[in-house]
Design a protein around this ligand. Structure first.
Ligand SMILES: [Zn+2]
Length: 301
């Protein structure tokens, strides 16, 4: 008997020690999207994007888009950064064909964490794939957690002024999911700490108050960049290209350039929410732009 085909088998959890900390990246889910253009670099001819895709051995017509929350155990507190898609697809007709079921809780379980173990949930920004796993059936998924939001981000979505058409439903979601959590939340600004050694960094542009997080432990430095760069080739090698999901395109470009320059200059470990799993790598300067260098074994040693 020939062995049967078994189907895809790919890793969904990656955990490593970082200074005094233990950090894990968990694949909540992923979708395949059609086409990198005009969503990336739409202000340039498609042929430029196609050439860049070809030079990087990726298909310009089919793109894997992963969602990767990060969990940090400080030894005293378990801190989750973003919550993935959760039950959004099942709970909202509008997202039935656009979203995907989140697997964060199930995979946290495989990694040894129960929802009740999470002490702090940090939300980098208010887009659906980051807030979707906060609640299910109207109840908090992480029952013992307090929450940390960027003050500017929370304010923007709560107020609901100048929300562009494409984000109107996003605003509804934010009001439904996040606003009721306000009394268990802390609101921070760039430069503030979540806990000692974990500091918010301004990354506004993709959303009005997007926060990245700088983590330092035992002299080692790590940055959670969230959605500063949403595609490991397009947004990194061409940070100046517009991305259609960036709420303020010019500001997002300026932020990408500033953050990428810092990551490359300081040689930080980087976790990016939409980078290829496990979403960890380095940024280096390359040909007038930058390049994503995937992590190999450096963090295993
Ligand atoms: Zn995102």
């Amino acid at each position: 008997m020939p062995a049967p085909m078994q189907g895809e088998l790919q890793p969904t959890i990656y955990r490593f020690k970082f200074g005094e900390l233990e950090i894990a990246n968990i694949l909540d889910s992923k979708v395949v999207r059609e086409g990198l253009h005009p969503s990336h670099g739409g202000e340039h001819p498609a042929s430029e994007m196609e050439a860049l895709a070809a030079a990087n051995h990726i298909d310009p017509k089919r793109v894997e888009h992963p969602f990767i929350p990060t969990i940090v155990n400080t030894g005293k507190q378990l801190i989750l950064f973003d919550t993935g898609n959760g039950a959004l697809r099942r709970e909202h007709e509008q997202l039935r064909n656009r979203s995907v079921d989140g697997h964060l809780v199930e995979r946290l379980g495989q990694a040894g964490y129960k929802p009740g173990d999470v002490d702090v949930v940090v939300i980098t920004h208010g887009h659906p794939d980051h807030i979707g796993g906060l609640t299910e059936g109207g109840k908090p998924v992480f029952p013992n957690a307090r929450y940390v939001f960027g003050a500017a981000e929370f304010d923007f979505w709560k107020r609901g002024e100048n929300v562009r058409e494409a984000r109107k439903f996003n605003r509804e979601l934010f009001v439904k999911i996040c606003v009721p959590l306000a009394d268990k939340s802390t609101f921070i600004k760039p430069g503030d700490e979540v806990v000692s050694g974990i500091t918010a960094v301004d990354a506004a542009g993709h959303s009005p108050g997007l926060l990245a997080f700088h983590i330092e432990s035992d002299g080692k430095r790590f940055m959670i960049t969230a959605d500063t760069c949403t595609q490991y080739v397009m947004a990194v090698q061409r940070p100046q290209w517009h991305f259609e999901m960036d709420d303020d395109k010019d500001k997002a470009v300026a932020t990408r350039k500033r953050v990428l320059d810092m990551l490359a200059t300081d040689k930080l470990f980087v976790a990016g929410f939409h980078m290829p799993f496990p979403g960890i790598g380095y940024i280096e300067k390359s040909q007038g732009g930058y390049r994503w260098v995937p992590h190999s074994y450096q963090l295993n040693l």
